[in-house]
Design a protein around this ligand. Structure first.
Ligand SMILES: *[C@@H]1O[C@H](CO)[C@@H](O)[C@H](O)[C@H]1NC(C)=O
Ligand SMILES: *[C@@H]1O[C@H](CO)[C@@H](O)[C@H](O)[C@H]1NC(C)=O
Ligand SMILES: *[C@@H]1O[C@H](CO)[C@@H](O)[C@H](O)[C@H]1NC(C)=O
Length: 306
């Protein structure tokens, strides 16, 4: 049957099927979720998504199924654990941060980039197992420990995990220090090692039972600012883009506003037109139906040819 017309026809059909499969495998260039977190303007999952000012700092790294949203600064990359778009705040979880169940010796520096849109939010650092007595802990000659918050030290020192930091169970609290830095964007990073402390915890919320450190919410709270470049026009365009199911992005090199629609099309307005015009471009359901009928046809032809 070589060279017979039906065999050639089968080859063509096969080619069409492969092409269709390839078309349906295209991933949208900007995602609305990374891991468990909803990602929207000004954050983005990659280059061209969200705001250009946030892109080099926030990325959706592969891993853990749906990925992991990371904040990268000159001191490292930190998993983002929660975002409040209404309050322009987010929480990061530095890997060397301790909590009540698991304390991490050899903490590393933490700093934010001066030019990034992120600033330190209301976070309370608790320095643990410090070699000098905490009354003598200073930065540039200024004492940093807040004696009025020492009850937090008493609470966290009830966690049995303190032994990991070389402390006995229920240690005296004069090796612990509550420190609330105003900023992390200056040249001086938060450096527990330089302060001669064996670990640190950071608390964003004491929860319902402030004396129970196993119920505190650990993390470092950050605020972000949109800045003057994100003007009113971008804000309104972005709002209608998101309402139409699109993702706000930008197009280099001018970084003009771009609405990235689900079906792979980009517009300067919103996705309504593209949603309605979708049948023309073949939706994924149409593709599946097409594949089914083409497959059936191919099968029939094969039987006839055999
Ligand atoms: C649409 O925009 C995204 C994000 O800027 C980009 O990655 C993608 O290549 C663009 N797609 C088209 C078809 O231009
Ligand atoms: C946002 O701020 C309001 C008022 O300060 C607060 O009540 C609310 O819990 C915050 N939301 C989140 C998700 O942090
Ligand atoms: C405590 O820290 C460990 C190790 O970093 C982490 O796996 C765990 O989820 C943390 N627990 C809480 C309650 O934050």
């Amino acid at each position: 049957m070589e060279g017979s017309p039906s065999f050639i026809f089968l080859l063509i059909l096969f080619h069409i099927l492969v092409t269709l499969r390839w078309t349906s495998a295209i991933e949208p260039s900007c995602r609305t979720k990374c891991g468990q977190l909803e990602v929207k303007y000004p954050l983005g999952t990659g280059s061209g998504c969200g705001s250009p000012r946030f892109h080099p700092h926030v990325t959706c790294a592969p891993g853990g199924g749906d990925g992991q949203l990371l904040l990268t600064t000159h001191t490292g990359s930190y998993p983002i654990t929660s975002i409040s778009y209404d309050n322009s705040t987010l929480t990061i979880s530095p890997p060397s941060m301790s909590n009540c169940t698991s304390m991490q010796p050899s903490p590393t520096k933490l700093g934010l980039d001066w030019a990034s849109p992120f600033q330190l939010g209301p976070s309370t650092f608790i320095l643990l197992s410090c070699a000098p007595l905490t009354s003598s802990l200073t930065i540039k000659g200024t004492p940093i420990c807040d004696p009025s918050s020492s009850y937090l030290c008493a609470s966290i020192y009830t966690c049995p995990a303190v032994v990991t930091l070389g402390l006995p169970l229920f240690p005296p609290t004069n090796t612990c220090c509550v420190y609330s830095p105003a900023s992390l964007n200056t040249k001086d990073d938060f450096d527990p090692y330089e302060l001669k402390c064996a670990g640190y915890a950071s608390v964003v919320s004491l929860g319902d039972v402030p004396t129970d450190p196993s119920q505190w919410q650990y993390g470092v709270a950050l605020k972000y600012t949109l800045g003057g470049l994100e003007n009113y026009n971008t804000a309104t365009s972005c709002h209608s883009c998101e309402l139409s199911g699109g993702v706000c992005g930008y197009s280099p090199p001018g970084n003009s506003f771009l609405c990235v629609c689900k079906n792979g099309f980009n517009t300067s307005t919103d996705c309504y037109y593209y949603n309605h015009g979708q049948d023309f471009f073949m939706s994924s359901t149409t593709q599946i139906t097409c594949k089914f009928w083409l497959g059936l046809l191919a099968g029939l032809l094969f039987c006839m040819a055999a």
